[in-house]
Ligand binder design. Sequence first.
Ligand code: SF4
Ligand code: SF4
Length: 171
Amino acid sequence: MEETWGQFKTFEGAKFEVLNPNFTREVSGLIGGQDLTACFQCAKCSAGCPVSDKVNIQVHELMRMLLFGLKEVLQTDMVWLCTTCYTCQERCPQGISITDIIFGLKNMAFRRGIAPPGYLAARKGLYDTGRLYEPTDWEREDLGLDEVPEFDINDIRKMFDKTGLMKLEEE
Ligand code: SF4
Ligand code: SF4
């Protein structure tokens, strides 16, 4: 079964309501966003992207959507499946900080309540137990490691509370 993080499997035939210049302006304010208009759609970024066969839009299309002010970009797989490998950024002939922009888009999406269920489950696990994964004693023994050190879960929760990581702001 084909899987997707985003709401849209494809944008083919999708109708976008308006081009939103405010959204483009907001993205221009992100780290790397100041060079957004320099993109001339050569698609060199997409040609080197290791997740290009897994996403519902390619990274050069994401750049186009940003220029057009299409907020639907926040619901695309590309935002979350980007591995932050920086290949696109290295390849861009216009020197656009594409990966940095995508980092910013993740934050924007998260603040709007858009995040893959897996991320939310991982966040909850971390808040509840302080761990993303429960190590087993025998695994550590096999590797010759000491027991997992004890820690105070309240320290982790304080960090969550201070950063507001348990909150998602709905639009
Ligand atoms: S490589 Fe740079 S200029 Fe080319 S499409 Fe991607 S972002 Fe635009
Ligand atoms: S940083 Fe993200 S978008 Fe850029 S090439 Fe790597 S996976 Fe693709």
